[in-house]
Design a protein around this ligand. Structure first.
Ligand code: AMP
Length: 206
């Protein structure tokens, strides 16, 4: 099973991706998490990506495409994979189509006026990558590993506005791209977390 998750920042892609990848026993590959790990490890790629991420811009296509092309050849992708946050441009989608064939593109649809509040309440674990929302979990430390939670710099309001603009201009056209390819599954993301997971599984025929 090879899946792509589309949807604006704050739609709940990461949360749903983790659940769906576990269910199908496939690798969960978040390009945002991969880039944040590069930054934490102070690699040249991380240093180059940080300036784009901090501004809410996209990292250049060539960098991301090379990173994903290499990543999906690893052993843990033998069963398949779920790409969370890639592709984000038509150029990336075309490149992906050249090196592999995906089964479905899941589009998690959330009204744009709900997104800023969803993102600004988000808190992340620096160690295990778990994500929480203050409305559902208000503790300062991670439930899974105990590390102190933090707010991503690019989750602050000014950067979020730019990320949403970039999404509309560069990523939203992928909905039509995958619809034309007959691979699009759209679900209502403005429901309880479990209900969204059920809708996705139903959409995938599972
Ligand atoms: P995310 O965690 O998916 O919200 O990604 C955080 C940031 O990483 C984005 O705002 C971009 O700056 C960068 N990024 C992640 N995935 C991609 C991608 N496929 N193409 C370009 N930039 C990306």
């Amino acid at each position: 099973m090879k899946l792509i998750f589309l949807g604006p920042p704050g739609a709940g892609k990461g949360t749903q991706a983790e659940r769906i990848a576990e269910r199908f026993e496939i690798a969960h590959l978040s390009t945002g998490d991969m880039l944040r790990a590069e930054i934490r490890n102070a690699t040249p790629l991380g240093a180059a990506a940080k300036a784009y991420i901090d501004r809410g811009e996209l990292v250049p296509d060539s960098v991301i495409i090379d990173m994903v092309r290499e990543r999906i050849t690893r052993d843990d992708c033998k069963n398949g994979f779920l790409l969370d946050g890639f592709p984000r441009t038509v150029v990336q989608a075309e490149a992906l189509a050249e090196f592999t064939d995906v089964d479905y593109a899941v589009n998690i649809d959330v009204p744009s006026e709900r997104l800023v509040a969803r993102i600004s309440g988000r808190r992340m674990c620096p160690d295990c990558g778990a994500a929480y929302h203050v409305s559902m979990y208000a503790e300062p430390t991670c439930r899974k590993c105990g590390a102190t939670l933090y707010q991503r710099d690019d989750d602050r309001e000014e950067t979020v506005k730019n990320r949403l603009k970039v999404y509309t201009e560069k990523t939203a056209p992928l909905i039509a791209f995958y619809e034309a390819a007959g691979k699009l599954v759209t679900v209502d993301g403005d429901q309880a977390v479990d209900a969204v997971t059920e809708s996705i599984l139903k959409g995938l025929g599972a």
